[in-house]
Ligand binder design. Structure first.
Ligand code: VGL
Ligand code: ZN
Length: 269
């Protein structure tokens, strides 16, 4: 389908100055050294992300937070099972009350994780040193106890959109993030009268983890229904399983996602 169009237009020169968004995925205490689901090297990307945050070319700078209730479906503890085991999960009845709908949506394979990013705990705070003052918004994901969302857009059943797509289509947010390093909610302020609203076309994705939430967010961003031109800044990410990351990069590239480096982006934006 639109694959050729995407790849031919997909050079950094076409990323439109002032109309691109920087998405900082799940760069939270629990995903960096000392956290319950620590990604090796997680802390090391914080200064790199700050450098990207300071570039004038981005219209929007948005952080996401994995933001789970204490009995979340993705936690091994919730099921009394071993961490990293795989189970099958089903759509929750409160969000899909019709049995036929639940059957149609079907079960999903779920990896069981250590308890992480529990709402209101230090583990869900954005990682220390991240320049939260530069953020326009913080988007929360995985907030319903029965739904897992690696993607910052929506879960695989399509039951819990996060609002990210709306923020990008709006082109600028009318919410200015209060320094959310402490996990506080975003504060609403009105957009300036007459301010131009330009929908974002290009999204640049960084953060944690490249083999899970970065990947699923990028894959969602390019799929029909979203269709953003999608870039992953590879050296501003880290993987949970670095040994296996190459196959994930290949999969992302095959979907039309472009992999770039921090230096390339700094030169262009
Ligand atoms: C993530 C596993 C579980 C991530 C979130 O942010 O990559 N990974 N929840
Ligand atoms: Zn999670």
């Amino acid at each position: 389908m639109g694959e050729t169009r995407k790849t031919t237009l997909h050079t950094l020169e076409t990323a439109i100055l002032g109309k691109s968004a920087l998405l900082i995925i799940d760069t939270q205490n629990d995903f960096v050294e000392g956290g319950s689901l620590a990604v090796q090297g997680g802390k090391s990307i914080v200064p790199t992300i700050n450098k990207l945050l300071s570039l004038p070319g981005f219209a929007l700078r948005i952080a996401t937070k994995d933001f789970h209730p204490p009995d979340h479906i993705s936690f091994a503890r919730t099921h009394g099972k071993e961490e990293f085991a795989d189970i099958e999960i089903h759509p929750p009845e409160d969000l899909a009350p019709d049995e036929h709908d639940r059957d149609t949506l079907g079960p999903l394979k779920q990896t069981l994780w250590p308890v992480h990013c529990v709402q209101g705990t230090p583990g869900e705070s954005l990682a220390p040193g991240l320049n939260v003052d530069a953020l326009d918004a913080v988007v929360h994901k995985g907030t319903h106890k029965g739904v897992e969302s690696y993607s910052a857009f929506i879960d695989p059943w399509g039951l819990c959109p996060t609002g990210l797509d709306g923020i990008l289509k709006e082109g600028r947010v009318d919410k200015k993030s209060r320094a959310s390093g402490d996990g506080s909610e975003v504060e609403k302020t009105q957009a300036d009268e007459g301010e131009e609203r330009v929908p974002v076309k290009d999204v640049f994705i960084v953060g944690l983890a490249s083999d899970f939430c970065v990947k699923f967010t990028a894959m969602d961003a390019v799929r029909e229904g979203y269709e953003y031109r999608t870039w992953v800044i590879t050296d501003a990410t880290k993987a949970i399983k670095p040994d296996e990351i190459d196959k994930h990069w290949e999969e992302m590239k095959s979907k039309g996602i472009v992999l770039v480096t921090v230096d390339e982006v700094v030169q262009k934006l």
